[in-house]
Design a protein around this ligand. Structure first.
Ligand code: ASP
Length: 439
């Protein structure tokens, strides 16, 4: 058995947290490859080291004095080193960083140092080998992650060592320049390492005990999700459930490696299992509810639209011409509605409307703003009758007007459009009917 374990920033924010992580790793000899994030927040108003690095580098880039800001970052690491009673120093590393900041090595380089330095400390603390991610995670010249080349070199490198620490979040181009993933990207590194190591499980340790059925800011103490499929998770994270970076699914998914989301502060909790497929029923018909506010619907009407071949293409071309992606396109006999993100659309709306007129010659175009989308996701819906009926009667009882319905043919989710103001009520009423009333 081989486990790859990734620890998020809050799990590594202080020496005390490092000790918890050390205990977790030592409790299971199979936890062989460790991916650390940079130190995160120690308390709610604290600043993540990654954000400190961005700010410090911006000072350097503007030619301002950045020494004090860099010293504050060094102090964060020193506090961890002292708290762990380690005897080494990062002084020389900070000299190199200062020099590179002066030479404007780039924002990506700057941000990556958070994970790099934390990785060095972690390796020393555990007595594991340190592998610099710049050597094994490769980006293409166009900035895309080079998954296949990385997999090859990483596989070879891991075969040489039984236990190692590989910092998350960054890699390098062929010429050695550092490039980071988008924010939260250490999750992706963990997944890449799990794939290359052909791990049995990818454990992702964070500060919550896995995914919850609904957003705790809307539902008080929501139930946790025990098992969720990759596809269900895609739907939920797209709609705003953010525990894991969206792109972290892809590398492990190719190998069928399950991801186990765990809580560093409650290591006994089982957390959530993210799997390719399962015959385990979720506890409720639905697996999760998520949603987002801030959508607009553009309603296009034209008599006999249904028999005009190419009408849909022409309408969508108008959006494409202005670089706007659409979310959902429900249609009727004489109408077609395009859902878009309001903030992307607002500045270009009149241009898009005139392009629709120019290209598709509709009878009318009507825009409705301030809408929210709610996604009810669950593999159990396929085999359960009446799910849609229960959703809509719950919404009707809560006085929520449904403006759009979209059920994917996979029967994995039902998407409902409501007014922004009804967003929370909609989620509460769906949660009540499927979860609360079953407890
Ligand atoms: N430290 C980086 C961030 O704050 C990456 C990560 O934590 O995954 O976004």
């Amino acid at each position: 058995m081989k486990k790859v374990v990734k620890f998020g920033g809050s799990s590594l924010a202080s020496a005390e947290q490092f000790k918890k992580v050390g205990n977790i790793i030592h409790a299971d000899a199979e936890r062989r490859y460790v991916i650390p994030s940079a130190p995160g927040k120690r308390f709610p108003d604290d600043i993540k080291v990654t954000d400190m690095l961005y700010a410090c580098y911006h000072l350097a880039e503007e030619g301002k004095d950045f020494k004090k800001a860099l010293a504050e970052i060094a102090a964060r690491y020193q506090e961890i080193i002292d708290g762990l009673s380690l005897s080494f120093s990062l002084k020389d590393e900070f000299k190199v960083i200062e020099k590179n900041f002066k030479e404007k090595a780039g924002e990506n380089y700057a941000a990556s140092r958070g994970e790099y330095l934390n990785g060095i400390i972690m390796a020393a603390y555990l007595g594991y080998e340190f592998i610099d991610a710049a050597e094994v995670i490769r980006f293409k010249e166009n900035g895309d992650f080079d998954s296949e080349f990385t997999n090859e070199i990483l596989k070879k490198r891991l075969a040489e060592t039984d236990r190692a620490v590989i910092p998350g979040f960054y890699g390098a181009y062929e010429d050695g320049r550092i490039k980071t993933f988008s924010r939260g990207g250490s999750d992706i590194t963990g997944s890449i390492v799990a794939r290359a190591a052909k791990a049995d499980v990818y454990e992702n340790w964070t500060d919550v005990s896995g995914f919850l059925v609904a957003d705790p800011r809307i539902i008080k103490n929501p139930e946790g999700i025990e098992t969720i499929t990759y596809r269900e998770l895609r739907e939920l994270s797209y709609m705003g459930a953010s525990v894991l970076h969206e792109d972290a699914i892809f590398p492990v998914r190719r190998e069928g490696i399950p991801i186990n989301i765990r809580n560093t502060n409650r290591p006994k909790d089982e957390g959530t299992w993210i799997v390719e497929s399962t015959c385990q029923k979720s506890r409720y018909v639905i697996t999760g509810i998520a949603g987002k506010r801030g959508f607009c619907s553009v309603n296009i009407e034209k008599a006999m639209m249904n028999s005009e071949i190419g009408f849909g293409r022409k309408v969508l071309q108008a959006f494409e011409e202005y670089g706007i992606s659409f979310e959902h396109v429900p249609s009727g006999i004489d109408t077609m509605t395009v859902f878009v993100h309001q903030d992307e659309f607002i500045d270009k709306e009149q241009k898009v409307v005139s392009a629709i007129h120019r290209l598709a010659d509709p009878d009318s175009v009507d825009i409705e703003a301030d809408l929210a989308l709610v996604a009810v996701v669950g593999r159990g819906m396929k085999s359960t009758r009446g799910t849609a009926g229960r959703i809509f009667s719950a919404l009707a009882h809560a006085n929520v007007n449904v403006k759009m319905i979209d059920q994917g043919s996979s029967e994995l989710n039902i998407i409902i459009g409501v007014a922004n103001d009804d967003f929370e009520t909609a989620i509460k009423s769906i949660y009540d009917i499927f979860v609360e009333s079953q407890l």
